[in-house]
Design a protein around this ligand. Structure first.
Ligand code: ADP
Ligand code: 5GP
Length: 221
């Protein structure tokens, strides 16, 4: 029997990566929360989607999205390169299959900033690996203010996103958690708490089989 002299810290026990899905109506603060999480937690990498939408001034190709043409999108979709895809606000968006599958194989955590249609497709494919969080704005008036303050979209685009927001908000029950983003620090801290607890779930820690076997095999003097 293998004597155990020291208990392993939780982080060292072999674990399975989680797929964290963040969705929200446009302007509720999901990208800001996703950005903070990626900055503060090196265990997460972002699933960089492909999109046919126009690049915003502040966005960088390959970091925020891979900006591609509709023809290219259709070719990728037809050749099964997308894990999920959807049409959102008149543009196509999709999750590249290769990067997401590699992350899961290697036990790395991955963050998906996708809408409810994509969340549903991922849940159908990998329910036990997914943790989903829906971010809500404190009010529709504040949602509008945030879209205006972000100052990245035309008036027409903002009107369309506000109209679509009501349809998106109705999907709140499809998610494991709901966070209302009144105050950014508070909302971010709630998301961090969810992630910490989900990482500790028994079924995400296959290394517990070996750990408990060794614990039970340990002989005391
Ligand atoms: P989304 O990704 O959901 O479309 P963003 O993260 O781009 O939204 O946020 C929209 C705007 O609202 C940004 O200008 C962001 O800085 C701001 N914002 C995010 N959270 C808050 C908050 N709690 N209070 C005030 N402004 C916020
Ligand atoms: P935006 O144009 O504001 O970047 O994103 C618009 C919406 O598309 C957001 O709700 C965002 O989460 C969603 N989205 C971004 N990438 C994907 C994706 O790969 N798949 C799906 N289904 N939705 C996405």
């Amino acid at each position: 029997m293998r004597p155990m002299t020291q208990t392993s810290p939780v982080a060292e026990i072999q674990r399975r990566g989680l797929m964290l899905v963040l969705s929200s109506p446009s302007g509720a603060g999901k990208s800001t929360i996703a950005h903070n999480l990626l900055e503060s937690d090196p265990r997460f990498s972002l699933s960089v989607s492909v999109t046919t939408r126009q690049r915003r001034g502040s966005e960088i190709e390959g970091r925020h999205y891979h900006f591609i043409s509709v023809d290219e999108f259709e070719a990728r979709r037809a050749s099964d390169q997308l894990l999920e895809w959807a049409e959102v606000h008149g543009n196509f968006y999709g999750t590249p299959r290769k990067a997401a599958e590699a992350a899961m194989r290697e036990g790395r955590d991955m963050l998906f900033d996708i809408d409810w249609q994509g969340a549903r497709q991922l849940q159908e494919q990998a329910r036990s690996d997914i943790v989903s969080i829906f971010i809500l704005p404190p009010s529709m008036a504040e949602l509008k203010n945030r879209l205006l303050r972000r100052n990245e979209d035309s008036g027409e685009t903002i009107q369309m996103r506000l109209k679509n927001a009501r349809v998106e908000i109705e999907r709140w029950r499809d998610y494991d958690y709901v966070v209302v983003n009144y105050d950014l620090n508070q909302a971010f801290s709630e998301v961090q708490s969810i992630v910490e607890a989900e990482r500790l779930r028994r079924d995400r820690r296959p290394g517990l089989f070996d750990f408990t076997a060794a614990l039970l095999a340990e002989e005391l003097d």
